[in-house]
Design a protein around this ligand. Structure first.
Ligand code: ADP
Ligand code: ZN
Ligand code: ZN
Length: 763
């Protein structure tokens, strides 16, 4: 073999525009693309992934270093998956090494062998007699789960338990126990000492206990949607579908029927859901319908659990993977169907580091693997609707709610001149009384956590702001007394007793946050229970789970919270939804703000009347005549989306144009501007040879450098450069042309910068 054949391109994490070249030394016979290798790099040993063997090196051969060791005899990614990762690297202008590392579970990144390992499982010991006191609710729940139950309601409410373990042993995974309580391990260790439970190791996912079968017969609309996609599933062809169905129309049921068909073809399915949508109940619903184990990948899992899930999917021991954003990178042995629920959800966009969109990547992946992809939402993004209009996606529709449920009545409450207490207008308050007296639940939506957004001096008008950001600090009540927190950098400070400017002690809390609303509701409705759901109240692991269960079972009368409440949860006893302070979404400088607001209002409204009871939605506004708000209420989301698309077309904004945002920040403001001005100059230079026609020149715009909406954050000054063009190709060509210069710029050592392709937020 000639020396040239022994050159191997290795993807290493770091700011490298392409893989690095290494030599395969005499001692190592072969290495395949897709295998991990150990290589020397700047006096260190690093783990990288072989992308390919190649003929020549642009660098002098004698300068290349030897590969130290090959870590995988069998590649961990096949050729198709490597091609997908390379595509992602090019499209997002992200170094291939960073893409590869994002695609690997942590254990593999750190060098663990890529073989299946055992997984911890627990079983009750036959003949043991388990005694639990009446008050130990969590212990009872753990016992209930260990006994093989798959529902959460145990039969021992309020009683002491004496339980004899019979012979049929059930293996229960850590994940199932964690769903009961974050403190599960402490209890089980004690029970182990008492001889009540045994711990053992099992093969990954083998211990899945399937719940009893639960499957609704599809209604007519659901059935025709499934039939329409069926051809693509059976014949394994690429096609993109957008399933538009109002909240509660039975989209999940449709996905399940499609997955069932893929499985019956001997294929696997990848299902992506938003960060907050992946709950143990959802996994249970999938398993109850499909009667096969479902693997999961999400941020709440331990590294070893992720590793395990990755392996069973790669080896096709499990047919369905239900995961959040990063599950897009999981390797499949025979992928046959891709599904993405709530496709408008922002959590599919990674907002730092490697800034990819899992939705857009999923479509690419389906195309490369020649399988169908189904996106679903009650409020599809304008991008996806545009794709339907252009014929790139096939639109599928569910018009009615499944079962008996009706869509709620929506009304705007004109609050100009109304008496308003604690942010709640008199008519909303009386509607609350009415619904609560009828024994129903009420949901209040306020997208601002904390107690009050502003702490102000009554004498001189001073406001407490963050020392490192251009932002006010939010007042929080706190268990141990009040404190202030910056919601942009998390900096905290104690509550001041006096104004630092005029020394007045009259400091007032201005505006409404969820904590303040909670306090007011407890005061107004002392005999009702109030549940606040926001980032602060759900910080503990498992608490979101606990709260949504309380909310669903109807035990909490008043639910209030931020947009965490808007996402996918089904609260069957809620009959009134009130939305407070939505007006600022009507007048934001972000061109996507109205789209987001229309989605949010529709989604929050969809929480009402999910069962037989009719629902009502009241939106408080000082701009009741706003055309978008009016159209949303009278004609619905689909019509609003049409209007917004027309506006975008006139303004030549996405989806009628493409954007790339280059962000930069540093402590020194002038360096940031200098850095971005240099990029702008480079782009304009690169554009010169391309200006054959007036058209090219006028269709490419660089806006900026302009200050970010919040100029200073965490002490750094932030600027951005926005590239905009109806030609995606031109945009990417120009950026690629100047990229080497950006990477080489000495300023990159002082300026933090990033490229955001198809940016979703201007922050
Ligand atoms: P979506 O995902 O569109 O919000 P789901 O699939 O969760 O809707 O369905 C909403 C509710 O309707 C669920 O409780 C589900 O079990 C029920 N459901 C769905 N399809 C049917 C059907 N064909 N018959 C009866 N109930 C159904
Ligand atoms: Zn003052
Ligand atoms: Zn701050």
């Amino acid at each position: 073999m000639s020396a040239s054949h022994r050159i191997v391109q290795v993807a290493l994490p770091g700011p490298f525009l392409s893989p690095l070249n290494y030599i395969l030394p005499a001692g190592i016979e072969n290495v395949c693309a897709g295998s991990r290798v150990k290589v020397p790099f700047r006096n260190q040993t690093k783990i990288g992934l072989v992308m390919r063997r190649c003929e020549n090196s642009e660098y002098a051969l004698e300068k290349l270093k030897d590969i130290q060791a090959v870590m995988d005899e069998v590649p961990i990614f096949d050729a198709g998956h490597l091609a997908f990762l390379e595509w992602a690297s090019q499209y997002y202008h992200e170094p291939i090494g960073e893409v590869v590392m994002a695609a690997l579970p942590k254990r593999l990144r750190e060098g663990e062998t890529a073989t299946k390992q055992g997984q911890e499982v627990w079983a009750l010991v036959e003949g043991a007699r388990i005694e639990i006191s009446a008050r130990a609710e969590i212990q009872k729940k753990l016992l209930w789960t260990l006994s093989g139950a798959t529902d959460s309601s145990h039969p021992w409410q309020g009683e002491a338990v004496s339980y004899s373990v019979s012979s049929d042993e059930v293996l229960v995974r850590n994940e199932q126990l964690r769903a009961v309580s974050s403190a599960w391990r402490k209890t089980l260790s004690k029970w182990q000492e008492l001889g009540w439970v045994n711990q053992s190791q099992t093969h990954c996912w083998q211990a899945t206990q399937l719940p009893p079968r639960l499957k609704h017969p599809l209604n007519f609309e659901q059935n025709s949607v499934v039939e329409e996609v069926s051809d693509w599933i059976v014949n394994q062809r690429f096609g993109s579908f957008l399933l538009q169905g109002v909240t509660g129309s039975g989209k999940t049921e449709v996905y399940l029927a499609m997955i069932e068909r893929a499985i019956s073809q001997g294929k696997q399915a990848l299902v992506l859901v938003p960060e907050i949508g992946l709950t143990p109940q959802m996994v249970e619903r999938f398993q109850a319908y499909l009667q096969v184990p479902v693997a999961t990948l999400h941020s709440g899992m331990s590294d070893s659990e992720r590793h395990c899930a990755w392996q069973v999917i790669k080896d096709h021991e499990v047919s369905v993977l239900l995961g959040t954003r990063s599950a897009i990178f999981a390797p499949f042995k025979s992928l046959g169907l891709c599904i993405l629920d709530e496709e408008h959800d922002l959590s599919y966009k990674q907002q730092d580091g490697f800034r990819y969109s899992a939705r857009d990547l999923l479509i690419r992946r389906a195309a490369m693997q020649n399988v169908p992809v189904v996106l679903g939402s009650a409020t599809p993004s304008l991008e996806s609707l545009h794709n339907v209009n252009q014929g790139r996606f096939t639109g599928l529709y569910l018009h009615k709610r499944a079962g008996e449920a009706q869509l709620p009545k929506v009304k705007v409450l004109d609050i100009r001149g109304e008496s308003i207490q604690e942010g709640v207008s008199a008519p909303l308050k009386s509607a609350m009384e009415e619904h609560l007296n009828a024994g129903n639940q009420v949901l209040l939506f306020l997208n601002r956590r904390g107690f009050a957004p502003v702490l102000m001096c009554h004498e001189c008008g001073w406001q407490m702001s963050c020392p490192s950001c251009d932002a006010n600090m939010t007042y929080h009540q706190g268990v141990y007394g009040g404190y202030l927190q910056c919601h942009h950098c998390d900096y905290q400070a104690p509550e001041p007793t006096h104004c630092p400017k005029c020394n007045s002690s009259e400091l007032v809390k201005i505006g409404q946050g969820t904590e303040r609303l909670e306090e007011a509701m407890k005061l107004w409705f002392p005999d009702k229970s109030v549940l606040r759901i926001d980032r602060d109240s759900t910080r503990l692991k498992g608490s979101m789970e606990k709260m949504t269960n309380l909310a669903k079972s109807g035990q909490a009368d008043i639910l209030l919270g931020t947009q965490m409440l808007a996402k996918g949860h089904d609260f069957p006893h809620v009959t009134l939804v009130g939305l407070l302070e939505i007006d600022q979404g009507l007048f934001s400088c972000d061109f996507r703000a109205t789209e987001r607001l229309a989605q949010l209002i529709t989604q929050v409204s969809g929480r009402a009347g999910r069962s037989e009871k009719n629902g009502e939605v009241l939106i408080q506004s000082r701009h009741p005549q706003n055309p978008i708000l009016t159209q949303l209420i009278t004609e619905g989301y689909a019509q609003v989306a049409k209007t917004l698309l027309q506006e975008r077309q006139l303004a030549q904004l996405p989806p009628f144009a493409y954007q790339i945002l280059i962000r930069a920040e540093a402590n020194d403001e002038s360096l940031v501007r200098e850095f971005l001005w240099a990029i702008k100059a480079g782009l304009e230079l690169a554009l010169q040879p391309k200006i054959q026609s007036e058209k090219t020149a006028s269709s490419f715009h660089v806006w900026g450098p302009i200050a970010a909406p919040m100029l200073r954050r965490q002490g750094r000054f932030r600027y951005q450069l926005m590239l905009n063009s109806p030609s995606r190709k031109l945009l990417h060509q120009l950026l690629s042309a100047i990229e080497p210069a950006i990477y080489k710029s000495p300023l990159t050592r002082k300026v933090r910068w990033s490229i955001d392709v198809d940016p979703q937020e201007m922050l």
